[in-house]
Design a protein around this ligand. Structure first.
Ligand code: AMP
Length: 376
């Protein structure tokens, strides 16, 4: 089986690693250069979307900001999963919000802004404080503003207006500020036959909008809520593959923040912590194979390596620590790899995170140090 992944980053790389035992071969399509590349070596092995589609049995995606013409051509081939609709939904906050409403899934109150009059109306209807997010192209907290006081509205409007006017299809989604206790996410898979298998929830810590630490948690009440919302969204999209839902936990009530129609950074812990990792399950789903068990096998945390290309050797020396590098050139703040740290018991995992805080640099691993301050 030959699967083409739209996007040539770390997610395609990890799909390739997970697909090999199942004889699933991955090639990656760099949407910018139109090169077909090997997902591990980045060696160019071909060029052009038509060629890439021709060679593939199945086509899928590792990111949602894909030009719509590319999505349409892939969809027309009859090989594309989950679907152009699902990818477009993840890439446009307006469509995403409309889907959540249609699926009757709780999310933050919102309004769409295109003009200054819309902005003023949103201040009335959504209320202050509010979070303003670009409808298209936003990720990892980029393209966002906070409005805490009405007096700031005139100051931020020119920036918002410039963002809207930069493209004909752009808009801004104003969202009520949610006073959440924590952020959690649910990663799961839906098969071609409609079967659903979800992983345990992960609790996520972001630093400056970027995921830093993600830990599988055991909370039956939240898990049930999340699973119900996951199933509603996945069924609505007739989704096939791995899908992630990010939530705000507000005193035990979950609100969906956003969806990602792909394997997700907050699911990387499954490589060591679950019976079947998210990358294998995505491939199983899109290739029409039975889904693998999503059972937790060891309590696990994932720590993103941001902007660093080396680690102290004590990390690899620690029992239960696995390092996954992405083979990328170093840049400040860039996701360069991640560490999965596993243990038999929660208390043991906490001890390992405390030990890692002693080893890892505070600036590059803020969430581990934050954890240590609270728990060690
Ligand atoms: P997003 O790109 O939507 O995931 O937003 C990036 C981060 O901003 C989230 O992980 C939250 O920490 C925060 N955030 C986003 N939307 C809201 C909201 N409506 N209320 C409070 N915080 C938010």
């Amino acid at each position: 089986m030959h699967v083409l992944v739209l996007g040539a980053g770390q997610l395609a790389r990890m799909m390739s690693l997970a697909g090999a035992p199942l004889n699933i071969e991955i090639s990656a399509f760099d949407v910018g250069s139109e090169n077909i590349v090997h997902p591990l070596t980045q060696t160019v092995i071909g060029n052009g979307l038509a060629n890439a589609i021709e060679q593939a049995d199945i086509i899928t995606a590792e990111f949602e900001h894909i030009p719509h013409d590319v999505l349409e051509v892939c969809e027309q081939s009859g090989k594309f999963l989950p679907s152009a609709e699902a990818i477009k939904t993840g890439g446009d906050r307006r469509i995403e919000k409309a889907l959540l409403d249609a699926a009757e899934v709780k999310n933050a109150k919102y309004a769409v802004i295109q003009t200054r009059a819309d902005f003023d109306a949103a201040i009335e209807s959504v209320g202050i404080p509010m979070v303003l997010k670009s409808a298209l192209g936003g990720y990892d907290g980029k393209g966002q503003w906070r409005l805490k006081d009405i007096a700031q509205a005139d100051a931020i409007w020119p920036e918002m207006e410039a963002c809207i006017q930069a493209s004909e299809t752009q808009a801004i989604v104003a969202e009520e500020f949610v006073p959440f206790d924590r952020e959690v996410s649910l990663v799961g898979a839906r098969g071609k036959d409609g079967s659903v298998a979800v992983y345990p929830l992960a609790e996520n810590v972001h630093t400056n909008g970027v995921l830093s630490l993600s830990t599988a948690i055991d909370n039956l009440e939240l898990q049930q809520q999340a699973q119900q919302m996951f199933t509603a969204v996945a069924n609505r999209l007739d989704y096939v593959g791995v899908l992630a839902l990010e939530f705000f936990d507000v005193q035990g009530q979950l609100l969906v923040n956003e969806i990602a129609p792909r394997v997700h950074n907050s699911g990387h812990w499954t490589q060591q912590g679950a019976e079947t990792c998210q990358f294998e399950n995505h491939l199983r789903a899109v290739c029409g194979m039975p889904l693998g068990s999503t059972q937790l096998i060891r309590t696990t945390s994932m720590i993103n390596i941001l902007g660093e290309d080396t680690l102290p050797s004590e990390v690899l020396a620690m029992d239960g620590c696995h390092v996954h590098w992405y083979g990328k050139e170093q840049r400040t703040g860039r996701k360069m790899g991640h560490i999965n740290v596993s243990a038999e018991y929660t208390a043991e995992l906490q001890r390992k995170l405390c030990a890692l805080a002693d080893i890892l640099d505070e600036e590059a691993f803020p969430a581990v140090h934050e954890f240590a301050q609270k728990h060690c």
